[in-house]
Ligand binder design. Structure first.
Ligand SMILES: *Cc1c(COP(=O)(O)O)cnc(C)c1O
Length: 347
């Protein structure tokens, strides 16, 4: 901060964080920093369209890719909580090229590629969904998306704004062993300051200005303050044992919550990977947004407020995933499970 918080120009720290991201994330050979996940997803969409010369994009119901107009179709997160199928202020023209399918639904995606042959620029998804609650992908679904995009000269885009550096140091793509063409990042790589990034194959990224003709820029992008926070966060995560610790405490937490809930007679399901978890008040299994909506959200509300009274602040929506952090101690986890046990008795 003493040296300045922003210069409206590239700085060396941007290169340092870029090298860390490139060496960590399998799909990323070049990266562009922006200021939020929303901005990253906007940029990556323009890039996919510029590279392929096509307009249409496939997204999945309940997946959230920031608040840019073309993505506000069947989006999760706050949009899901408020029950908005769309948002006022989004013109029809902005979403006309957005095609949607149910998550984990192979045949729906096959249909879209058939009925829009040669028109689809790319497929974007949360490789583990966090914005309609915590929903894991079937491995064959990810493998299928990799295959069908390749066969149709379309791009596979992993929105790892949430999963990046959270499921593993190399994100969901490292965890599942599926490498997309393009990736978006945010959240963790800013260490709590506003950051986003998009990156991927060199031949695609070279389309981005100033190397190529696709315009995208930002005054505050890659500012030294955010880059420093990101560098320190990644250094901490890279220390041996970080992800093992996250996996351990998250497993303890979610197993504790599910056991306590079931013992108190509540129908529940849930899961976790590394530092990401979630649960629903329904028997499950939950494979997509329609399944997630079967959860008893009124009960979630009572559970949320009950925990708040106990001093535990969960994400305030059934349709948000939970995260653990290296700052959480084993004692924090035990106290949270004990609080959940008490709350389950009275909801
Ligand atoms: C949070 C999130 C975004 C949007 O990022 P912001 O920084 O809030 O604009 C995009 N995609 C996913 C998967 C997210 O979780």
């Amino acid at each position: 901060m003493k040296k300045g918080t922003s210069f409206g120009a590239p700085c060396l720290l941007e290169n340092v964080l870029a090298e860390m991201v490139i060496s960590a994330v399998p799909s990323i050979e070049m990266v562009r920093f922006v200021n939020s996940g929303t901005e990253a997803c906007m940029g990556v969409l323009r890039l996919a369209r510029a590279y392929t010369g096509r307009s249409k994009i496939i997204k999945f119901e309940g997946c959230y890719h920031g608040h840019a107009d073309p993505y506000l179709v069947k989006a999760g997160s706050g949009v899901a909580t408020l029950g908005l199928p769309d948002s006022p202020g989004v013109p029809r023209a902005a979403t006309i090229d957005t095609l949607t399918a149910a998550y984990n639904d192979i045949s729906a995606v096959e249909e879209l590629f058939k009925s829009h042959k040669g028109e689809i620029a790319g497929v974007i998804l949360e490789p583990v969904v966090g914005n309609s609650g915590f929903i894991t992908p079937k491995l064959e679904f990810l493998e299928f998306l990799r295959k069908i995009t390749k066969e149709n000269d379309a791009l596979l885009i992993f929105d790892e704004v949430m999963t990046g550096f959270r499921l593993a140091y190399g994100g969901a793509q490292e965890y599942f062993g599926i490498t997309p063409d393009l990736t978006t990042l945010g959240k963790i790589i800013g260490g709590g300051l506003p950051v986003g990034a998009y990156g991927g194959r060199r031949d695609i990224m070279e389309m981005v200005a100033p190397a190529g003709p696709m315009y995208q820029a930002g005054t505050l992008s890659g500012n030294p303050l955010a880059m420093t926070a990101g560098i320190h966060t990644l250094q901490r995560l890279k220390e041996p044992g970080s992800y093992e610790y996250l996996n351990r405490i998250t497993g303890d937490l979610i197993q504790g919550i599910l056991e306590a809930g079931n013992k108190a007679g509540h129908a529940m399901c849930g899961g976790y990977i590394s530092g990401m978890f979630g649960f629903f008040f329904t028997e499950g299994p939950v494979h997509n947004f329609a399944d997630a909506k079967k959860s008893d959200t009124a009960k979630f509300g009572r559970f949320f407020r009950g925990l708040l009274e106990e001093g535990v602040y969960l994400a305030p929506s059934q349709f948000e995933a939970g995260f653990t952090s290296l700052a959480h101690s084993l004692q924090d986890i035990q106290q949270t499970v004990a609080a959940a046990e008490r709350v389950f008795q009275r909801i």
